[in-house]
Design a protein around this ligand. Structure first.
Ligand code: G6P
Length: 470
């Protein structure tokens, strides 16, 4: 079955990630391209380092070519944000990345991008699903890949330099050059090495790289930056006396950060740091967009700056839409994705890594000290995060309990409001909150809570877990 979730279509290789399903997606998108009257524009296609990604990009390209639609293929493993960048550059109507982002190694998938270089909205992915339902798979034609190359219907392109230069043009290179930083980069066996290393070296940083060989099993770990998966990076940063450790997830749209003392800087804090830096140091004016499961410290900061913090459901497509609508200067999620005004509308771990390096160089203090300054001004926010893997039957049971019968635990705190925008979220009068929602990318239930102390955040989280017998 082809179902687009929070971040594209993801499936287990051989189960639903099959040649047949990829061809269906390509055919559906071709139909939409003709319906929209944009068949004169190329479709941008790229892929990551996962098992079968390169081949899958060829299968998809062959279907477009058979329809007479030109494909511009980035024929080497590329960061997802580079593919989005190219969609923006060529004013293409659609782009595709073959990737399952940070999912386990047995997954692969497809992300679809639309004009301006952003994740397709639900409206677009619903439309793809509807088109798929109308297709007779026996009628899908494909053009031989090498013939399509010769015919010019598939053209290999290399936007790497343009992408790198575009990021460099947005960064204060001189400020970084002065600091002579030593940075340890961890692409998590993914795709950021060439771009991020080149950018940082252009800024005269001394860059060493770990976990950069092609390993479709991602070294046996999830290619998703977290304090667990970055434990090795953290140890090496301390041991080697580096200024920063920077990681990106499997397709380099998410960022992970390690301070010089080995501390894992949570994505919530990365957003807080960058909003503070952009607003207070670079003098940018404007609001911030966060998803429903991201720190409310951003709300407090925005309020103090005389700006607005906007809340959207989980999924970067919602962040992009809200940023377009409000002209906010930064948008991001507690899962590690962010983007900044003036760049692509999708999340970009490579750009985020470069901007954080600039921030660190300009402010000139250890990240934990900057965070202490921020928290002493805007208050303390501690998050407790719990994920629970579950079967489809259990999920349906809990969905019924939470969203149909609308049952909820008693937290013993005064409630300001509740929301069913994405899952079930309770906002407490004391400024804390808790959300319980099903992931749109993995078979898990997520419970996130945020309070002014870690103990309180954990306690509230535990109440919800006990209520659901988890
Ligand atoms: O919590 P989930 O639904 O699994 O989503 C977690 C993350 O998955 C993907 O990376 C999406 O692109 C993000 O926008 C989302 O925050």
């Amino acid at each position: 079955m082809i179902k687009f979730g929070t971040g594209g279509f993801r499936a287990i290789i051989g189960e639903d990630f099959t040649k047949e399903n990829l061809e269906l997606i390509a055919k559906a998108l071709s139909q939409m391209i003709f319906q929209d009257g944009v068949s004169d524009k190329p479709v941008i296609i790229g892929y990551d380092r996962r098992f079968l990604s390169d081949l899958a990009a060829q299968w998809i390209s062959s279907v477009f070519a058979a329809e007479g639609i030109t494909v511009h293929l980035i024929d080497f493993n590329a960061p997802t944000p580079m593919i989005m960048f190219q969609v923006k550059e060529e004013q293409a109507a659609y782009g595709i990345a073959v990737t399952a982002s940070h999912n386990p190694a047995e997954y692969n998938g497809v992300k679809v991008f639309t004009s301006g270089g952003r994740d397709a909205t639900e409206k677009v992915t619903d439309r793809i699903e509807n088109e798929i339902a109308k297709i007779n798979k026996n009628e899908i034609s494909r053009m031989d890949f090498s013939k399509a190359l010769k015919a010019g219907l598939i053209k290999r392109i290399n936007p790497q330099n343009a992408y790198i230069d575009s990021i460099l043009s947005l960064i204060n290179i001189e400020a970084i050059k002065d600091r002579g930083l030593r940075i340890l980069l961890d692409p998590m066996y993914g795709v950021s090495k060439t771009t991020l290393q080149t950018i940082l070296m252009t800024c005269r940083c001394d860059v060493e790289v770990i976990h950069d060989r092609h390993d479709t099993l991602f070294g046996g770990r999830l290619p998703s930056p977290s304090s667990d998966t970055l434990a090795h990076l953290s140890q090496l940063v301390v041991k080697g006396g580096y200024d920063l450790g920077i990681a990106t997830d499997g397709d380099a749209d998410r960022i992970g950060l390690i301070d010089a003392n080995g501390t894992f800087i949570h994505p919530n804090d990365i957003l807080v740091l960058l909003y503070y830096y952009l607003h207070e140091f670079k003098g940018w004016k404007g609001g911030v967009v966060r998803n429903i499961a991201t720190t409310h410290c951003l709300d407090k900061m925005a309020e103090a700056f005389g700006e607005t913090c906007y809340e959207v459901p989980v999924g970067f497509k919602h962040i992009s839409s809200k940023m377009e609508e409000t002209d906010a200067i930064i948008g991001g999620e507690s899962s590690g994705g962010l983007t900044v005004k003036g760049h692509i509308r999708g999340k970009d771990g490579v750009y985020a890594g470069a901007l954080l390096t600039e921030m660190y160089s300009v402010i000139g203090k250890p990240l934990s000290e900057i965070l202490n300054d921020i928290h002493s001004k805007y208050g303390n926010f501690f998050m407790s995060e719990a994920d629970f893997r579950m079967t489809q039957e259990r999920k349906e049971e809990l969905q019924k309990l939470l969203f149909e019968e609308k049952n909820a635990p008693d937290f013993g705190l005064e409630i300001e409001k509740v929301s069913y925008l994405d899952g079930f979220k309770v906002y407490f009068k004391n400024g804390g909150w808790i959300i319980c929602r099903f992931s749109g990318t993995e078979p898990v239930l997520r419970i996130f809570s945020e309070m002014s102390t870690q103990e309180e955040a954990d306690r509230i989280n535990k109440i919800f877990q006990d209520f659901l017998h988890l």
